[in-house]
Write a protein that binds this ligand. Structure first.
Ligand code: NAD
Length: 288
């Protein structure tokens, strides 16, 4: 299949390479020449503009930094340039309202489109083990599914347009809350004279058990190998967690949802990310 891929950064670069490995003809565009060179290395054809990458494409995948960029790329470069009948997939993490607007407008121009944000970081993008949460009609989902399956281990239909983004920000708000809670528990255990490994052994099989503890333990040398074991480098940057929490708070306000812990988590990550935006989000334990 001919697939245009727009946005070949940390995530998109690995995802596009996996589409090539699955036998697709990938037509890549990014503003960064370095990203384009890496895409060529991975077997993509590169183009001088998104419009040209979209021409003749049967599908368009985008992996871009934020909602306003997604909007401008779809308005200026995709609509009217990708052939009618192309399926459009935006995998960026953006606000729910913009995701719904972009899907509505592309539908009005005759396209089918899904929002398909991902869970999993750069390693999962490179390894083809992302989880995709997908919003859109059943028909659009059925068309998007095999393309996404080439880049991930799970592709889940979350409902109508924008529901992929809704699932993503609700999930990441919960992740932020249980990471902070897990860090507080380890820090308090230490102050009470309880060894971190012993606390892990007990809590990981007790009612405090959660993913931040057992799969992403914020204490070096405890549990599986995590960014904590690498000086809190790699993994999921605090700046990106803050971005997702801000999107979650915007969505909560628009929907009238009460998210006191989510808002507190946003404030904690906002303070942390001022000087540590590139640090893994589990590094929050250093502040406790
Ligand atoms: P990145 O900054 O590494 O990549 C974004 C790419 O988009 C860059 O290469 C940039 O040059 C390109 N770009 C920007 N504007 C463009 C335009 N107008 N046309 C074409 N290309 C353009 O970011 P990333 O880490 O790859 O993240 C991409 C998206 O994935 C974000 O929405 C992010 O929130 C989400 N995400 C990231 C992670 C992660 O761990 N990095 C995890 C899950 C989701």
């Amino acid at each position: 299949m001919k697939i245009a891929f727009i946005g070949l950064g940390n995530m998109g670069g690995g995802m596009a390479a996996n589409l090539v490995k699955a036998g697709h003809e990938v037509r890549a565009f990014d503003l960064s020449e370095t990203a384009l060179a890496a895409a060529r290395e991975a077997g993509c054809a590169t183009f001088p503009s998104a419009k040209e990458a979209c021409a003749t494409a049967e599908a368009v995948v985008s992996m871009l930094p934020n909602g306003s960029i997604v909007k401008s790329v779809y308005w200026d470069d995709v609509i009217g340039h990708a052939p009618e009948g192309a399926i459009l997939l935006d995998c960026s993490t953006i606000d729910v309202a913009t995701a719904r607007e972009v899907i509505l407008v592309t539908q009005q121009h005759g396209y089918q489109m899904v929002d398909a944000p991902v869970s999993g970081g750069i390693a999962a993008a490179a390894g083809g083990t992302l989880t995709f949460m997908v919003g859109g009609t059943a028909e659009a989902f059925a068309r998007a599914q095999p393309i996404l399956a080439a880049m991930g281990k799970a592709v889940i239909h979350a409902g109508d347009a924008g529901n992929g983004q809704a699932a993503k920000i609700c999930n990441n708000m919960l992740l932020a809350i249980h990471m902070i809670g897990t860090c507080e528990a380890f820090a308090m255990a230490e102050k009470l004279g309880l060894d971190a490994q012993t606390f892990f052994d007990i809590s990981s099989v007790s009612s405090g058990q959660n993913w931040s503890m057992t799969s992403y333990c914020p204490v070096p040398g405890v549990g599986p190998v995590t960014p904590a074991d690498k000086g809190y480098q790699g993994g999921f940057a605090a700046g990106l967690m803050l971005k997702d929490l801000k999107l979650a708070m915007e969505a909560a306000e628009a929907a009238g949802a009460k998210v006191e812990l989510g808002d507190h988590a946003r404030a904690i990550y906002e303070a942390f990310a001022k000087d540590n935006a590139g640090t893994d989000f589990s590094g929050i334990i250093r502040t406790l």
